[in-house]
Design a protein around this ligand. Structure first.
Ligand SMILES: *[C@@H]1O[C@H](CO)[C@@H](O)[C@H](O)[C@H]1NC(C)=O
Length: 570
């Protein structure tokens, strides 16, 4: 009797253990119990903004499914369609956020650099004006247009690139030379042909000493480098802006749906994709983007190299800032040699006629006391260099941006869940069920995608938009490298053509609506507004109440059998 009682108690405890194991088992693994209720799916589905009445209360046969596994499912045809659109919209948003921040970086650095440079030029012109006015007074005031024109030339070159800088600076020195010659020989009048004659001899007489040659060389190098740099930043901004418009292919949309929402249809809405699985999907979806890797890196490298030059030997501040000193040095050279130069010119071009002008006072060219430049802008002197330092740092971080994009997207908690649930190899979504993902990680780049098990892709076909932007990057990289070597840089397209052809200064914020459905041909329903990537929900979904857990899992049966056998032996 007692023995029976002990035996009975033993059986009872075994039964309880079995039940406990069952509860634990059914809760933690995907069994058809999940499909049996679909309650969990209802919750997740309505959280996306869809109507949970679309969701069947129990699993249904899945013959109507187009993307997900056609076994027992919680998805109707309409649900699969909606979720597919939704997954595409979400991917688009994540991609846009990522690429958009790259675009914003380039947009803000372009305008910042532009502003700092324009300010520098404005300040230099002001300093120039004040110093020349103080030093030459009326004489300068009357002829200030010559210098204003010079600044205009510099500005024009910077803004449009459509002028030959050395020629334009040559014209400036020629004008200055003629004017000074007239002023220095004020007792005479000179005809236009006489002045043309003296112009012909400027090269040989060098009235300004070595200043024009050196200043022109330095201004040219620095302006070319500066303009190329800011243009290249703007090109980067526009290239990224164009890439932003490239949407996923139908094959990619299909893979996205399978990865992100087929777990819903399986009754496992919180299951996140296995890491390798996610990477394969993203590498397939971003195969064309990854073709930008090499050219982008070369472009960034060229920008960084030129930035170093701009900080040092081609520093525009070092040339433009003291420009009034350089030019007054030229003026003084002419004054010092004025007698000798004039005598030579009278020999070569003939003795001019005496004029009747009574402007002797203009000749008071003697008291050239250069008051030292006010030094109040010392603190701001290296503003440009500070900015270049910051830009370099940010640029360096964008290296490998395109190659890293799949990793970046798969690292997003919205895609891969939080860190605690991540990388648990056996308990992730592998595209079919909750199990280890067996396929190998594919390589980077378009060609490697021929082995991609998740996204089928014609690897021989380029994406035209991306190929085009690759070319744009290559062209600007050549220019950057030329500017780095101090060579001339040709600008084919004037910037201010107003056509907004993608290389202008204006911010370009036109964004296409990419949310239309491309995978499903029938498109009567749309994804809800303001899509969010699923999960990381703070609210706990309703616990699946295992009131009558059905033991259908063969695994479970096996465990139960083992326990019973074990108890019987006891
Ligand atoms: C990206 O390009 C760089 C060369 O600039 C190369 O070293 C790297 O391996 C490339 N990355 C990928 C993932 O292809």
């Amino acid at each position: 009797m007692a023995k029976f009682g002990v035996q009975f108690g033993g059986y009872l405890s075994c039964l309880l253990t079995t039940l406990t194991v069952c509860l634990f088992w059914c809760k933690s693994s995907a069994t058809s119990n999940d499909l049996e209720s679909c309650l969990y799916v209802k919750y997740a589905y309505s959280e996306k903004g869809f109507n949970d009445r679309d969701v069947p209360t129990k699993g249904i046969p899945g013959d109507h499914l187009r993307i997900c596994d056609r076994s027992h499912t919680c998805c109707t045809k309409q649900m699969e369609h909606k979720l597919s659109t939704h997954s595409r919209v979400e991917f688009d948003k994540l991609l846009r956020d990522s690429i958009g921040s790259l675009k914003n970086l380039f947009a803000s650095k372009t305008s910042k650099f532009d502003k700092v440079f324009q300010d520098l030029l404005d300040q230099s012109q002001k300093d120039f004006h004040n110093m020349f006015l103080r030093t030459y007074g009326m004489l300068y005031d009357r002829n200030s247009y010559i210098f204003e024109d010079m600044f205009k030339v510099l500005r024009n070159y910077y803004n449009s690139g459509g002028i030959q800088l050395s020629e334009a600076l040559g014209t400036f020195f020629d004008t200055l030379y003629r004017k000074m010659f007239e002023v220095l020989n004020n007792q005479y009048t000179f005809s236009e042909s006489y002045l043309s004659c003296i112009s012909k001899h400027m090269e040989e007489l060098k009235p300004f000493g070595d200043v024009p040659r050196k200043l022109t060389l330095e201004l040219k190098r620095s302006f070319i480098a500066t303009r190329t740099f800011v243009q290249a930043l703007a090109v980067g901004r526009d290239v990224v802006g164009e890439i932003l418009k490239v949407g996923p292919t139908p094959e990619c949309s299909r893979a996205l749906m399978k990865m992100s929402y087929c777990p819903h249809c399986k009754g496992l809405p919180d299951l996140k994709p296995c890491t390798t699985y996610c990477l394969n999907v993203m590498k397939g979806c971003l195969a064309h983007h990854s073709e930008l890797n090499t050219t982008w890196n070369s472009y960034i490298e060229a920008l960084l190299m030129l930035a170093v030059r701009l900080e040092s030997s081609f520093n525009i501040e070092a040339v433009v800032d003291p420009i009034e000193i350089r030019i007054s040095e030229a003026v003084m050279n002419f004054q010092e040699n004025s007698q000798a130069v004039s005598d030579r010119l009278f020999q070569k071009c003939g003795r001019p006629r005496l004029g009747k002008r009574d402007t002797r006072k203009e000749l008071e060219f003697k008291t050239f006391k250069f008051s030292p430049r006010h030094d109040d802008n010392k603190a701001t002197k290296s503003v440009l260099n500070q900015l270049l330092g910051k830009i370099k740092k940010k640029l360096r971080r964008t290296k490998n941006f395109w190659a890293n994009l799949p990793n970046e997207l798969c690292d997003n908690p919205k895609v891969s869940g939080d860190r605690t649930t991540r990388n648990s190899q056996g308990s992730c979504w592998n595209g079919l069920t909750k199990a280890k993902y067996e396929a190998a990680l594919v390589g980077n780049g378009l060609m490697n995608q021929k082995d991609n098990p998740e996204v089928s892709l014609d690897v021989t076909r380029q994406n035209i938009a991306i190929t085009k932007q690759n070319l744009v990057l290559q062209l600007i990289t050549v220019k950057l490298n030329n500017a780095y070597r101090g060579l001339d840089v040709e600008w084919e397209f004037p910037m201010d053509d107003g056509s907004g052809s993608g290389s202008g200064w204006m911010p370009d914020d036109t964004e296409d609506d990419n949310s239309h459905d491309i995978y499903f041909s029938y498109s009567t329903t749309r994804a809800p507004a303001a899509p969010m990537w699923p999960a990381d929900s703070t609210k706990t979904p309703p616990k699946k109440l295992s009131t009558a857990p059905k033991m259908t899992s063969s695994n479970f049966l096996m465990v139960s059998t083992v326990i019973f056998v074990y108890c019987a032996i006891l």
